[in-house]
Write a protein of this length. Structure first.
Length: 387
């Protein structure tokens, strides 16, 4: 009986998905033509949200923070504001190799936090600091590898082992029969040279081939259809005077990308950036305009996929460096911004009780332009509400 009920539900879900795909113009759909209904809804709602404001995101938000580790219903942002961030970042580095990721976050717990986030109506995004499949070294082991892990290459099988483990985890992120939609952001900051998939360690063609192979493998071989794919080069290695061209190094094509992302720590107070604060503000705005325009022209979604100021040594960083730019340029459509993890107090990206930047973070939260999890209802349905 249980089996028959399962078959019935599966049929219902498939019919539902076919219906929802056929009723939408193809340029308003995610790249995965078989994307699940909830994934399509998320995609459409991200577009709607980006026209109204910008969601706040935090890496490992509910996994740990300053002075706590793996506690139930915790988040440094929530402690200060009463709400979880709307976007929760996770990383699958070391999946299949260890019970915890490269930052010692236990994968089973991560999965339960991903489900909790989905159940509360938040969004999950996953990056992948994967080990170098050829050497077994870390993501930062720059031994040239990309050509060797492509189909036909000497380390292709080693890559597939990691990819299969990733696929298994992604598939296990489900609540009853529903896979929780996930924004997957592999091979990020590839225009920098710090990861083995970065510039100087592989050709642009091979990077593109790796991206395309990975997306096709997950969709076609693994039958995974609850992902949106985010492309996210790093701003510090872009020459903004080149205009749109600056963005497209390694771009795998419109059929392989849903989110026009950008990692930008550079223009918001990066210690190595020696230009004036005023110039940084101009550059920051220009970088956001760039992804906004590209996303608009391609009918995709722009997002500031990583940003932040580790340690928050500017007390008004959130309002002065970020919010003011968004407020002064209301036509910018940036669906979310995500700050990095709160691993150590000295390097925290979200303030905690007693931190000098805490009052400013509360102000940032109170802005009508900034969207936290509590401000969104039903992001996975066609009746989404924002307050
Ligand atoms: C980096 C640092 C590392 C971490 C990695 C993956 O930016 O935070 O400590 O291992 O991200 O989360």
């Amino acid at each position: 009986m249980k089996f028959i009920t399962s078959i019935f539900f599966l049929l219902l879900i498939s019919v539902n998905n076919l219906w929802s795909q056929s009723n939408l113009p193809s340029n308003e759909l995610p790249i995965d033509k078989e994307a699940t209904k909830k994934t399509i809804r998320l995609y459409k709602n991200l577009k709607t949200i980006s026209k109204k404001g910008t969601m706040f995101g935090h890496e490992d938000a509910s996994a740990y923070g300053i002075g706590w580790w793996a506690e139930k219903d915790q988040s440094d942002a929530k402690k200060l504001t009463g709400s979880y961030p709307a976007v929760h970042g996770w990383d699958l580095g070391d999946i299949g190799l260890s019970s915890s990721n490269l930052d010692t976050v236990n994968f089973k717990k991560m999965r339960s936090w991903i489900k909790d986030t989905y159940n509360r109506g938040g969004i999950n995004t996953i990056s992948w600091h994967l080990d170098n499949p050829k050497t077994g070294g870390s993501s930062w082991d720059k031994t040239p590898t990309v050509a060797d892990i492509l189909p036909g290459g000497s380390s292709h099988e080693a890559y597939l082992i990691q990819l299969d483990a990733l696929a298994e985890f992604l598939k296990s992120c489900k609540v009853l029969f529903t896979k929780t939609p996930i924004i997957f952001r592999p091979f990020h900051e590839h225009n920098g040279n710090w990861f083995w998939w970065g510039k100087d360690h592989c050709s642009e063609e091979d990077y593109i081939a790796l991206w395309r192979f990975t997306v096709s493998y997950l969709k076609e071989e693994k039958n995974i259809h609850h992902l949106l794919y985010a492309f996210s080069p790093d701003r510090s290695r872009m020459d903004l005077s080149e205009g749109e061209k600056a963005y497209f190094y390694g771009y795998p094509g419109d059929e392989y990308v849903d989110i026009i992302g950008l990692d930008n720590y550079w223009d918001v107070g990066h210690p190595a950036n020696k230009v004036s604060v005023e110039q940084q503000e101009k550059d920051f705005l220009q970088s956001l305009q760039l992804i906004h325009i590209i996303a608009e022209n391609k009918n995709k979604i722009a997002a500031l996929t990583e940003t932040g100021n580790g340690g928050l040594n500017e007390d008004d960083w959130f309002t002065n460096r970020i919010l003011s730019v968004l407020e002064n340029n209301p036509s910018l459509e940036i669906a979310w911004l995500l700050v990095w993890r709160n691993r150590f107090a000295e390097g925290a990206y979200v303030p905690y009780e007693g931190h000098n930047a805490a009052p400013d973070f509360k102000k940032f939260h109170d802005s009508p332009l900034i969207i936290f999890e509590n401000n969104i209802k039903s992001i996975y349905s066609k009746n989404m509400q924002l307050e």
